[in-house]
Design a protein around this ligand. Structure first.
Ligand code: ZN
Length: 276
């Protein structure tokens, strides 16, 4: 995701709002149970999850250190997550991908998501860096760009989403599951050198950032979270993200986090914050 894309997304959002195409009907805000409450169970067959594949084949997002497209990483990981959830009984898990220009695809995906009657929206992306951090190397006889300076996943929520608390609750649950599996989030979005891409870190334990303007998070009519699964411009991490082990760790993390969310569970940070 780049700054210019975020601005373009904001413009598209304004256009959509002006046309009144989207229905921003908001459901009931979900709240976490009180600490010490009985462990609730999730009715997996009833819970609807929409897995949004970031970008389109025509405008595939970031380019990896070895010249692969972000869209292909996003699609492969989303398919892996979908299979893991469906196999575990979350039959109302829907994978959503679109073609065409990025903005059109994005607006279509959000509009379709708002009609889909799902309980949660998770957008899958893979990260890169601003151009000023790129270095050059040769891979497969071709000159490629890379940046090994940053690695790790990051999770984003928008406080302009109508279900801000529920979005944050799921984001924290997901961050905790990734952390429990030994995966580390990247802290570099807090740094001044990120300039216009600098973000507020809402949860320093599990790596949840605030990104209010992100169209896919603010225009969705249900709790919504965006996962940057890792950095494909980092030469080592690209290989890990392309491999089975990392994909299965992420898919298992999403499964457990969705199960927690569906059952109304929350992380300690969430419960403490709500009690204040
Ligand atoms: Zn992306």
């Amino acid at each position: 995701m780049s700054g210019s894309k975020a601005i373009a997304c904001a413009i598209a959002a304004a256009a959509v709002l002006a046309l009144g195409i989207l229905n921003f009907a908001q459901g009931q805000a979900q709240t976490a149970p009180a600490a010490g409450a009985k462990v609730a169970k999730c009715d997996r067959a009833k819970f609807g999850l929409l897995l949004d594949v970031g970008h389109t084949p025509e405008e595939p997002g970031a380019v990896s250190a070895r010249g692969a497209n972000e869209y292909d990483f996003n699609l492969r990981l989303a398919q892996r997550i979908e299979k893991t959830l469906v196999d575990a009984g979350f039959r109302r898990t829907v994978l959503q991908a679109t073609g065409g220009p990025a903005i059109t695809g994005l607006v279509h995906r959000v509009a379709a998501a708002n009609k889909a009657n799902v309980d949660l929206f998770l957008s899958i992306h893979h990260d890169s860096v601003p151009d000023r951090f790129l270095e050059t190397w040769e891979y497969d006889g071709k000159e490629m760009h890379y940046c090994d300076r940053f690695k790790g996943h990051s999770i984003f929520v928008s406080f302009e989403n109508g279900h801000r608390n529920a979005s944050l609750r799921f984001a924290r649950l997901l961050g905790k599951q990734l952390k429990d599996r030994g995966l580390q989030y990247t802290p570099h979005y807090t740094e001044a050198f990120m300039r216009e891409r600098r973000r507020e870190l809402l949860d320093a334990d599990v790596g949840v950032y605030r990104f209010d303007q992100l169209y896919v998070l603010r225009a969705t009519a249900m709790p919504a979270v965006l996962l940057e699964a890792g950095s494909i411009i980092n030469r080592d991490e690209e290989l890990q993200l392309a491999g089975d082990e990392r994909q299965s760790q992420i898919a298992a993390s999403v499964l457990d986090a969705v199960d927690d969310f569906c059952a109304g569970r929350a992380t300690k940070a969430d419960v403490t914050e709500r009690a204040r």
